[in-house]
Design a protein around this ligand. Sequence first.
Ligand code: SF4
Length: 366
Amino acid sequence: MPVSVHDEAGIKALLSGFGEKPFRYAQIAQAVYKDLVPDIDSITTISKELREKLSSEIVFSTLSLRSEETSDNGQTTKFLFETHDGKLIEAVIMRHLSGRNTLCVSCQAGCPMGCSFCATGKLGLFRNLTAWEILEQFDFVQKRLVSEDRKIRNVVFMGMGEPFLNYKNLKMAISVLCDQKKYDVSNRRITVSTCGIVPGIEKFAEDFPQVSLAVSLHAPNDETRKSIMPVENTYPLADLMASLDRYVEKTNKRVFYEYIMISGVTDHPRFATELAELLRGRLAHVNFIPYNPGEGIMGNGMLPTSKLLIKKFQDTLEKAGIPSTVRHTMGDDIDAACGQLAMKERGESLATETGKSISKAFRKGE
Ligand code: SF4
């Protein structure tokens, strides 16, 4: 099996096996991460002989682009990749009018969490992505943006999958993204989004106190949360909030609460007050997300909340001193909500045995 171009230890072992000095790795890293070369043959700072030896040993990408769609306004492009073993994963680039570009990456093929409003949740989990597969999504889009004279500035782990159920690979991927000699993305410009895996939040506070944390809250009470997010059965709201309080105490960072607005489900008028009470006095920012019905893929009749009602929620929060924003729904015309393209391709859940066993372990709290 060839070594990934992102596997520093693997490449160093190869170089050492070829009797090369350790500084050769720095030359390769410069070419890969700063010059964005497409292959080993393009690294002209190392000898032709070494290039020939390495070219069959190192692989730049194991992902192949299956399809891509750009929204009518040109701001959002969604890429559907196929992994070496035939799994479909998605990444989305959002070109904001301010000039910054945000990449949303996937960390699992599918997802075991089963949130009822999410197309990825309908797929089930196929497997965890490797750190290299996460980085390959970034690398592909970064290279694509060069032709537009743009660069990725922000990275959000909000694509397919629950990042804290693939913690080891998440950690490795963030380390490479933030390495100044590699992609050099500021850790403050990376956001990891969890549906509320408490042990993951604890580890994350220890390992990445500078990286931003977003939490999919989506309801202000146990009952409603349980009806749309099975994670609530394992980590109830009280445990989640206690863990987030410890996170804030440790990092002094504001937590971003994602709140999906689904008509008749999460937008009951009294929920605005409950949400304000839940977050009062906490270092919080709420991001309201109008539900994306996904062109009927969900098939369950869920509809987005009206703008007027979302504004009422915002007003209630404002009175309690809690800032909020409404996510600009970029790319509705291309199924930009996570999982929708893969769902379209597959048409049904094909969760693997590995995926099912990870889901089972999660339910048991492992
Ligand atoms: S919302 Fe996130 S955690 Fe929930 S099923 Fe979808 S991808 Fe998984």
